[in-house]
Design a binder for this molecule. Structure first.
Ligand SMILES: Nc1ccn([C@@H]2O[C@H](COP(=O)(O)OP(=O)(O)OP(=O)(O)O)[C@@H](O)[C@H]2O)c(=O)n1
Ligand SMILES: C[C@](O)(CO)[C@H](O)COP(=O)(O)O
Length: 210
């Protein structure tokens, strides 16, 4: 099955505050370049770019105002039977985790990488320590998330028609009624979200050799 990798890269990076994150540099390369290198093996790569940005030699689509809108444009343009949607904000692509994900997508049609919750997890009650949530029953969701393209396209079209907004694509597919398999991710595939994450990413970039 042909695999299209879809890279939403159109965010404004407001929590870091240094412009669109895809073009920030760690280890001498932009976050977008890290992702492109990590998926160089794919049959097709499509990138959603922020307004006003161009990158020569790439298949691109315009980014939307939300991640969901950017991914809608990406899925519409994809040609592979399987699509992997991956945040460019997660620059470190760990190949064994990708292989595990692809195996699950081929078997089930929809899967996402997840990692365990490493800390005690608690509900906040007006600034106070509320009930503790059983962390062994919870996972943190990473990307890539993989789907048969037709399934994800159906989910995106129906969510748009219903005016429903989700923070990731696995929610969309689950909302459509299709189960999503959980696959062991890798903590190195963390999302660069806050300024201090750039320091962590810089450190990891120095020892990265895959
Ligand atoms: N309108 C948007 C918003 C986000 N993204 C992408 O979705 C991924 C996850 O988003 P996030 O980490 O929230 O990135 P930003 O939106 O850039 O960050 P912030 O929320 O701090 O502005 C990123 O690769 C980002 O580029 C996108 O393609 N289009
Ligand atoms: C898709 C995602 O990375 C899964 O954890 C996450 O939902 C993106 O969240 P963000 O707030 O758009 O960074």
């Amino acid at each position: 099955m042909r695999v299209s990798v879809l890279l939403p890269a159109a965010g404004q990076g407001e929590r870091i505050g240094r412009g669109p994150k895809a073009f920030l540099r760690v280890g001498g390369k932009t976050l977008l370049d890290w992702a492109l290198e990590g998926f160089a093996w794919a049959d097709e790569v499509v990138v959603a770019l922020p307004p006003g940005f161009r990158v020569d030699g790439l298949k691109t689509v315009p980014g939307g105002q939300t991640r969901q809108q950017s991914v809608f444009n990406l899925v519409q343009a994809a040609t592979g039977e399987v699509v992997l949607v991956h945040d460019v904000a997660r620059p470190f692509v760990v190949r064994p985790a990708i292989e595990r994900l692809l195996q699950a997508v081929r078997a089930t049609g929809a899967a996402t990488l997840v990692v365990p919750v490493p800390d005690t997890l608690v509900r906040e009650d007006d600034g106070r320590y509320g009930g503790v949530i059983a962390r062994e029953h919870h996972r943190l969701v990473q990307t890539p998330q993989g789907f048969r393209r037709e399934l994800l396209w159906q989910a995106h079209q129906q969510a748009r028609a219903a005016g429903i907004a989700f923070t990731d694509d696995a929610q969309l597919v689950r909302w459509l009624g299709h189960p999503v398999a959980l696959v062991e991710g890798d903590r190195r595939m963390f999302k660069v979200t806050y300024p201090e994450d750039l320091i962590l990413a810089e450190g990891l970039a120095q020892v990265w050799n895959s």
